[in-house]
Design a protein around this ligand. Structure first.
Ligand SMILES: C[S@@+](CC[C@H](N)C(=O)[O-])C[C@H]1O[C@@H](n2cnc3c(N)ncnc32)[C@H](O)[C@@H]1O
Length: 256
């Protein structure tokens, strides 16, 4: 928070309708960063270990707050008959719809697929056409996920931590995501560590300062096999690294 400010920026206060996906991709993904390639390797290996022996293409996956990032969806591709990208900001919804349209997948995502296809499950898949067959986009608010719809695998990257300054909204965001997963569902959640907010083009977006303890506290009630990777990569001023949590949804109790 800035000095002297007494109020916190809540999720509903941020200029989501002005979010510019092209600027966001240019800032974050167009030139692949070492840390994202590392995250993709960890996702690939974790999901591959979870689905050993499982029927391919049978799961239903979700990426919550997908924004302008396709690598979480790509990482779920071999196991899913359907993947839903839920996103709140209309410009991001339009970006994602373009990505999944025929021939629409930006070459920016090639570098991430190159890492994924080093593992057997991903080989032999053409991501462009498979994304078109499997992935759908829906405009939705994370806070409206009420546990009625459930998925077998899920990802949420830089969302619960990067949508509000408010601790209660961070915990609620994590809870809504975790309550949308079936028992045993593998998940991956990423947070910017100790982020003080971020800019996309001319607009500022809020963040909640997550550290490893806060990440663990928020996820543990819903998780089995929880592992948190503290990645000491700083990609811009205003944060202290990246936390990647991998695990499975524990017994199917919706935690209020
Ligand atoms: C920092 S971006 C992360 C985007 C992407 N997941 C990534 O890995 O780069 C935060 C995302 O959260 C989305 N978001 C903000 N509030 C939301 C809400 N209430 N429900 C769903 N998504 C929301 C934003 O539109 C934006 O796409």
């Amino acid at each position: 928070m800035e000095r002297g400010r007494v109020t916190m920026d809540r999720n509903a206060d941020a200029p989501w309708s002005k979010f510019d996906p092209e600027v966001y991709v240019d800032n974050n993904y167009r030139t692949p960063l070492e840390v994202d390639l590392l995250i993709v390797r960890l996702l690939r290996d974790y999901f591959s270990s979870c689905f050993t022996g499982a029927v391919p293409h049978a799961a239903r996956g979700v990426d919550v707050g997908a924004g302008a990032n396709l690598y979480p969806a790509l990482s779920m591709l071999p196991w899913c008959e359907k993947i839903l990208l839920l996103e709140y900001a209309q410009p991001n919804v339009e970006y994602l719809e373009k990505q999944i349209s025929s021939g629409g997948l930006d070459t920016a995502w090639d570098a991430f697929w190159d890492v994924l296809r080093e593992a057997p499950a991903y080989r032999g898949t053409d991501p462009g056409s498979r994304v078109g067959e499997v992935v759908r986009v829906e405009r939705a608010n994370l806070f409206d996920l009420d546990g009625q719809r459930r998925w077998d695998i899920g990802t949420m990257f830089f969302v619960a931590d990067s949508m509000s300054e408010c601790p209660e909204e961070f915990r609620r965001g994590v809870r809504c995501f975790m309550n949308a997963l079936n028992e045993g569902a593998p998940f991956a959640v990423a947070f910017m560590k100790e982020s003080v907010g971020y800019r996309v083009g001319g607009h500022r977006y809020p963040a909640y300062r997550v550290n490893e303890d806060r990440a663990r506290e928020s996820l543990e009630p819903f998780s089995s096999e929880l592992e948190i990777h503290d990645l000491h990569h700083v990609v811009r001023p205003g944060h202290e690294g990246i936390l990647l949590a991998l695990g499975r949804r524990n017994a199917e109790i919706a935690v209020p």
